[in-house]
Design a protein around this ligand. Structure first.
Ligand code: FAD
Length: 525
């Protein structure tokens, strides 16, 4: 009896001890009580010391700028060297139970695209902090001219500052510069320069990419071209960009920045289309002004108080106005002729007489124009709110139908929108169709951005409005493409990629056959 009691007690004790050893071995590097589904062998690698599961790390990587989606990862890795990323991906790829891995740039997606539920999030910006990433290096070659080799983790604002020190700058931008190079190259990178230079993905010579097998490959138009084109606009599906070789050009010193108001949409779009066809400006955008979407907003505070009250009276007469925004760069070489050149261009346009507003600012202040609005909203606690954004590419042939059906009958009629509404055309010939990014099948298409800021209690109503807009386009046969796309079914993704789908899927099977990377895009589930 006593013998059997001791035997039983011994068994229980040894079970408890072995279980504790196993648990400690799982938790050792973290000093935390977070539970994980990751294979415990991961914690015997060198990278274990860079894995974090403390509540701050988990919280930061389970939300994004959109503030609408939460997905909890098992761990966050703060790499200090690119080999950490290679080791992590290789380990998952070779594991009998591979786990998902999401590169997180600056987390400015709005639908959880940089998250990894139960997987590992790689905080790319940590490479920058440790200075063991690729940094920003400016060079010149006889075949490429000036270029910058830039780590995928770098923010565009830092690329701008570093290249300006050499009197140079990238040619294609986003409106907002606190986004990473890897993050925007995974999507496209569009702004008012796109009509002239193409999106940011059209201005890359070469990439280093850690594939879903944990191999690091250099790719370009000539070297591993399939991977190069797949990664550009590839939503992070084929590899983690660790270096991009970016096209540079001589940077101007200053810009003439002009806004003009229209009450008639077809005059507004007619002028925009004219301006993007003659390449005499450096930037062309446009936006709607509505009672609920004011002339000054976080995207840039442009109008004086006096201007704003004049605009408000025009707006109360028409209910909706259209604001054309253009920029011409200049420096010492054309300082004496710039005004005349601009006047010639403005003379051809049909804006409301008297409603033209001009500014003269430095190149960097223009490119970094959104930052002041961001800092103001942050100080008011209004930056980290839900952002039910919808970004679309709309074919030129249907922009008037889109205006009537969406801008007037949905957005103006429902009076719910709260934030900038962008609308500007761009030229498809500046996009390379071999890249993964998709556009409408027309020479000119419009970039439309509904950049709503909402509260915790009304973002769903704006989201419902977004769905109504998509349904309207579908029913009316307006062949839009979503930019920064978000879909919930495989059919929708296949439809999104259209004739590019088979190649997109084949490249995924080649470079990330275990479906490890960028699970937050929810394409291959
Ligand atoms: P994240 O949100 O961190 O990641 C986006 C996706 O890319 C994820 O799937 C992620 O896994 C993947 N990823 C991140 N880094 C890498 C990498 N190194 N290699 C491979 N995959 C990676 N876009 C425009 O085109 N034009 C604009 O003018 C513009 N303005 C914006 C203004 C604001 C205020 C905000 C919030 C967004 C804006 N965007 C604009 C959208 C923005 O370009 C995308 O959301 C972009 O993905 C954000 O970059 P990020 O570094 O935050 O990427």
């Amino acid at each position: 009896m006593a013998k059997s009691y001791f035997k039983h007690a011994y068994f229980i004790l040894s079970f408890i001890i072995s279980r504790s050893i196993w648990m400690v071995s799982k938790l050792k590097p973290w000093k935390t009580n977070h539970s994980t589904s990751l294979p415990y062998e991961l914690f015997s690698l060198d990278i274990a010391a860079k894995l974090h599961v403390d509540s701050n790390a988990i919280k930061m990587s389970s939300s994004d700028f959109g503030n609408m989606v939460k997905r909890i990862p098992s761990a966050v890795v703060l790499p200090t060297h690119i080999t950490d990323i290679i080791d992590l991906v290789k380990f998952s790829y070779n594991s009998s139970s591979p786990f998902t891995i999401a590169a997180r740039g600056h987390g400015h997606s709005v639908r959880g695209q940089a998250m990894a539920s139960n997987g590992v999030v790689v905080d790319m910006t940590s490479l920058n902090k440790s200075s063991n990433g690729n940094g920003i290096r400016v060079s010149r070659s006889s075949s490429l001219g000036f270029y910058a080799d830039v780590g995928g983790e770098q923010l565009w604002i830092d690329v701008l500052k570093a290249t300006l020190e050499h009197g140079l700058a990238p040619v294609s931008w986003t409106d907002y510069l606190y986004l990473t190079v890897g993050g925007t190259l995974s999507n496209g990178g569009v702004s008012g320069q796109t009509f002239l230079h193409g999106p940011q993905i059209s201005n890359v010579h070469e990439l280093d990419v850690v594939t879903g097998k944990g191999e690091i490959l250099t790719c370009s138009k000539h070297l591993n071209p399939e991977l190069f084109y797949a990664v550009l606009g590839g939503l992070g599906q084929f590899g983690i960009i660790t270096r991009a070789r970016i096209v540079l050009d001589k940077a101007p010193k200053r810009v003439k920045w002009i806004r003009m108001l229209y009450q008639d949409f077809s005059s507004f779009t007619g002028d925009q289309e004219h301006l993007i066809s003659n390449n005499k400006l450096d930037y062309v955008e446009g936006s709607l002004i509505l009672h609920q979407s004011s002339s000054n907003n976080w995207k840039s505070s442009f109008f004086s108080n006096n201007d704003q009250s004049n605009i408000a009276s025009l707006l109360s007469k028409h209910g909706i106005l259209y604001c054309l925004e253009v920029v011409k760069y200049y420096d010492d070489s054309n300082i004496n002729t710039i005004e005349q050149e601009l006047q010639l261009l403005l003379n051809q346009l049909n804006f409301n007489p008297g409603f033209v507003f001009k500014k003269d600012v430095s190149f960097i202040d223009f490119l970094n124009r959104v930052r002041a609005g961001e800092l103001y909203l942050q100080s008011q606690g209004q930056w980290d709110v839900p952002h039910p954004w919808l970004n679309l590419f709309v074919p030129k042939s249907r922009i008037l139908d889109f205006h009537a059906g969406v801008f007037i009958n949905i957005i103006q009629a429902q009076n719910k929108s709260t934030g900038p509404i962008l609308v500007y055309p761009t030229n498809r010939k500046k996009w390379d169709n071999r890249m993964s990014a998709v556009t409408p099948d027309e020479d000119v298409f419009y970039c439309v951005g509904l950049l709503h800021s909402a509260g915790a209690d009304n973002w769903e109503a704006l989201d419902a409005q977004n769905r109504e807009i998509l349904e309207f386009c579908d029913k009316s046969g307006i062949m839009i493409k979503q930019y920064l796309p978000h879909y919930s079914s495989k059919d929708d993704w296949m439809n999104h990629f259209g004739e590019k789908w088979n190649n997109f899927r084949d490249q995924k099977l080649k470079y990330d056959p275990k479906m490890i990377l960028a699970p937050g895009q929810r394409i291959f589930r």
